[in-house]
Design a protein around this ligand. Structure first.
Ligand code: SF4
Ligand code: SF4
Length: 189
């Protein structure tokens, strides 16, 4: 086995899995109504649509997935009932779903809320990770990498073996990810 490269990520504190309280669903709906209104009132709504940011592929994607799995979503703790959604996300979702009216768009989101989510975290933060499809997420959610993952993604060439160490506040989880073949650097799609 080649040299093992360590990637350090935070570890979310243990929290119980709970059904989402109805006040949280109401808050999510209010936030979506506000975001859709902002979009309606925009002078140039088409300009709000952000370009899709490339995502890591292959081994790099495996490492990112393993990192977030061991971390268990520390960065999602701030998602609350807004999940970083705004008029820019709504502009993209409305473009992608022209057959849906505002109520239909809101239903897409409410139906995606985690049945059992981590207490105190984003309403879409379930036991297996984010329950919101990537096409419905805020661009920030699709493009955010904590420092440990960013530093790994910038490596050239990528290491063949990575040990993920998720550590924070006395919680530690580890996982090893091996590349099937050596790759020059992170592929992006
Ligand atoms: S991006 Fe970093 S902080 Fe966020 S879930 Fe993944 S490993 Fe954790
Ligand atoms: S929408 Fe998903 S990725 Fe974004 S903060 Fe919530 S759980 Fe995390």
């Amino acid at each position: 086995m080649g040299k093992v490269h360590t990637v350090s990520v935070p570890a979310a504190q243990e929290a119980p899995l709970v059904r989402p309280a109805s006040y949280r669903i109401r808050a999510l709906k209010r936030h979506l109504v506000d975001s859709l209104r902002d979009l309606r009132e925009a002078k140039h709504p088409e300009r709000l649509i952000q370009k899709r940011t490339a995502q890591p592929e292959g081994f790099a994607a495996d490492v990112v997935r393993a990192g977030c799995t061991q971390c268990q979503g520390h960065c999602c703790r701030g998602g609350g009932e807004h999940a970083y959604l705004d008029d820019r996300t709504m502009a993209r979702v409305r473009r992608d779903n022209p057959e849906l009216d505002a109520a239909g768009v809101i239903s897409l989101y409410v139906d995606s809320v985690a049945d059992q989510g981590f207490e105190g975290s984003c309403v879409f933060h379930g036991a297996q990770g984010c329950t919101l499809a990537k096409l419905l997420r805020a661009e920030l959610c699709n493009t955010y990498y904590c420092n440990g993952l960013w530093d790994f993604l910038k490596l050239r060439p990528l290491p063949g073996v990575v040990e993920i160490v998720a550590n924070r506040g006395g919680v530690e989880r580890r996982a090893v990810v091996k590349a099937v073949a050596m790759e020059e650097g992170a592929g992006w799609s």
